[in-house]
Design a protein around this ligand. Structure first.
Ligand SMILES: NC(=O)c1ccc[n+]([C@@H]2O[C@H](COP(=O)([O-])OP(=O)(O)OC[C@H]3O[C@@H](n4cnc5c(N)ncnc54)[C@H](OP(=O)(O)O)[C@@H]3O)[C@@H](O)[C@H]2O)c1
Length: 293
């Protein structure tokens, strides 16, 4: 660390941001921030907060993350995910701070049959996905010292997520149906948050993919969650088409969005644990009890 070790964990009231703040490495002077401290849609407030802190870097976990709601709330999604990202990039560039910004596998359309690399061409489907890609482009256009970390299928303590929702349903019901034709990589914030610190403090700029090891469908993920939750509920697969008939307001999701983590391995020698191991550890730590279904 240099003499300036002030880092802002932004979105710290959220699922990933909370974990990032919790695992700040020794030697870092952590500044905790969320919407109340700095509304990133307000360029003046953003500049003032970042300037006043004199931050050396920001890990930005703040975002508009309501994927389905975004379909009818386009202005809000873009204000936060695109304009907010731009405001942060401007404020960071002005004081020479590094911006580590979180993005998503949803920037890809899901038509690939092998893991997406950082250099693959995005083609988002749906408003949330488009607004996140717009944020990536804004940051790259403004320039400065930036890192964009795309992740996927997040769960963690203190959050509202798929693992908590399925564990609850599996304990309440005898049978669940879960989409079985979308493939991705479940990612525990417990694994991701310390990695974000390493990237910010040690790695070169650019785009990184960071998600759990291995790959599965939502159905396979749900079946493992039900088992670990001690449920004997039957978990059956359904197709995306069937799910969309049940829930017509669902935003489009990529059928295949497995992210390749080769760059991470080559740059800092990091390899994520397999998603099944991370999920088991999540249950063993008792983190499910701190989550919201
Ligand atoms: N969750 C996933 O599965 C997933 C998958 C891929 C990528 N990601 C990305 O990972 C990042 C973290 O996701 P998450 O699930 O941890 O998010 P989250 O739990 O929804 O937290 C987002 C935080 O951002 C805050 N925020 C919203 N608008 C803001 C604004 N204008 N100014 C300042 N803060 C604002 C929210 O506050 P309010 O509650 O007040 O709105 C909330 O505390 C996001 O960039 C997301 O796109 C997530």
């Amino acid at each position: 660390m240099t003499e300036n070790n002030i880092i802002i964990a932004l979105g710290a009231a959220g699922m990933l941001g909370g974990e990032v703040a919790r695992v700040a490495p020794p030697g870092v002077k952590l500044v905790w921030a969320d919407r109340g401290e700095m509304d990133i849609t307000d360029i003046r407030a953003t500049r003032a907060f970042i300037n006043d802190c004199g931050a050396r870097g920001i890990i930005n976990c703040s975002a508009y993350t309501a994927v389905d709601a975004a379909e009818t709330d386009r202005a809000a999604a873009y204000a936060i995910n695109a304009c907010g990202a731009r405001n942060l990039a401007i404020a960071c560039r002005e004081i020479g701070a590094r911006l580590l910004h979180l993005s998503t596998d949803f920037v890809f359309d899901g038509s690939a049959r092998e893991p997406y690399a950082e250099y693959d061409i995005p083609n988002p489907r749906g408003v949330y996905a488009e607004s996140k890609l717009a944020g990536e482009i804004e940051i790259q256009t403004i320039g400065g010292d930036w890192q964009i970390v795309r992740t996927q299928w997040l769960y963690g303590q203190n959050g509202k997520h798929f693992v908590a929702a399925i564990a609850k349903l599996a304990r309440e019901r005898e049978r669940l149906t879960v989409v079985g034709d979308q493939h991705g990589c479940p990612t525990c914030t417990w694994d991701l948050a310390p990695l974000l610190w390493r990237l910010l403090l040690e790695a070169p700029g650019g785009i990184y993919h960071a998600s759990g090891g291995g790959a599965c469908t939502w159905h396979e993920f749900a079946a493992e969650i039900a088992t670990l939750a001690g449920s004997s509920a039957r978990v059956d697969p359904i197709t995306t088409q069937e799910w969309n008939r049940i829930k017509p307001s669902t935003a489009p999701r990529p059928a295949y969005s497995v992210l390749s983590k080769d760059r991470l391995k080559r740059t800092i020698g990091y390899q994520f644990p397999h998603w099944r191991d991370s999920l088991r550890a999540f249950f063993e730590r008792g983190d499910l009890d701190r989550s919201r279904a």
